[in-house]
Ligand binder design. Structure first.
Ligand code: HSE
Length: 301
């Protein structure tokens, strides 16, 4: 049996739209094994289990199928178990875990040997961008890009004292809906604003300058357009910063807000964000998390 554990991720981190990502210590697990010929058994447990399909249309199985097709076809019988702790459609990389989990499990089941570059490219081609799949595969913080040869990524080590709190609204935010409100063109001044912030964010993380994160996580490329979809978002960011968060932003396409914090500040920042959402009539749970240096792990038993 192959078991793949994949971390949650937060994409964009404010200014790094479709390029920056961070792995977090909340996990989904994909298990895969051969079964009697003619069998397809798919067990779904945990977050969103009732809303996911239990056949080849399931995202993890579609990802696995890409690998099986490259390697001579689907196994005659397959048993899959997916255990999810990451809420769906909340901007915490749940679909990236399915894609990465499916690819690595299918690779393991068919002899292994897939390179990290191949896994990244297969996963990003299925997701459409690499900002969640890169940290899901590599851990840490990642910068990803695409050129005519495919996707690439560079992994950075976040400072040890950096923590995170996710405010997770009860309302989901499908990525397609959050992308549909974005303009095709942006003012040059906004592009300049984000270029500087994204560069500063990478420098702040690599040099441990946590004091720069507030400035470095500002964004004008996607959050201003998306905030109208999410009552309480702007207030939650302001509330988090007021009680000492180092930076706060929409996690991926939302609906969660992620605050970067010094590790001991989790409870007060979480309460502040939850209160801000509730004042706008939006229910919300909070999770105190931590960036994780470890990306997806594969074990064979
Ligand atoms: N970069 C993506 C977005 C993240 O903001 O739409 C969602 O996967």
């Amino acid at each position: 049996m192959i078991a793949v554990t994949v971390p949650a991720t937060s994409a964009n981190l404010g200014p790094g739209f479709d390029t920056l990502g961070l792995a977090l210590n909340l996990y989904n697990r994909v298990e895969m094994d051969r079964a009697e010929p003619g069998t397809l058994e798919v067990l779904l447990e945990g977050e969103g289990a009732g809303s996911l399909t239990a056949d080849w249309s399931n995202l993890a199985l579609r990802a696995a199928d890409l690998v099986f097709r490259q390697r001579g076809g689907r196994p005659p019988g397959l048993r899959v178990r997916i255990v999810s702790s990451i809420p769906l459609a909340r901007g915490l990389g749940s679909s990236a875990t399915a894609v990465v989990g499916g690819i690595l499990a299918a690779d393991g089941l068919t002899g292994g040997g897939m390179s990290a570059e191949e896994a990244l490219n297969l996963a990003a081609s299925l997701e459409g961008h690499a900002d969640n799949v890169a940290p899901a595969l590599c851990g840490g913080m990642t910068i990803s890009w695409r050129n005519e040869r495919g996707y690439g990524c560079l992994r950075l080590e976040p400072p040890l004292e950096l923590g995170a709190v996710a405010a997770i609204p009860t309302v989901p935010m499908p990525t397609a809906r959050a992308r549909a409100v974005l303009p095709e063109k942006v003012p040059l001044a906004d592009a300049v604003f984000n270029t500087g912030r994204a560069a500063l964010l990478v420098a702040a993380v690599t040099t441990g300058r946590l004091d720069l994160l507030r400035e470095a996580t500002m964004d004008r490329l996607h959050q201003p357009y998306r905030e109208k979809l999410l009552p309480g978002f702007r207030e939650a960011v302001t509330a988090a910063l007021e009680v000492g968060a180092l930076g706060a932003f929409l996690s991926g396409a939302g609906s969660s807000v992620l605050a970067l914090i010094r590790k001991n500040d989790g409870a007060k920042v979480g309460e502040a964000m939850e209160g801000a959402f509730r004042q706008k009539g939006v229910g919300c749970a909070t999770r105190i998390l931590c960036p994780t240096p470890q990306g997806a792990t594969v074990s064979i038993s």
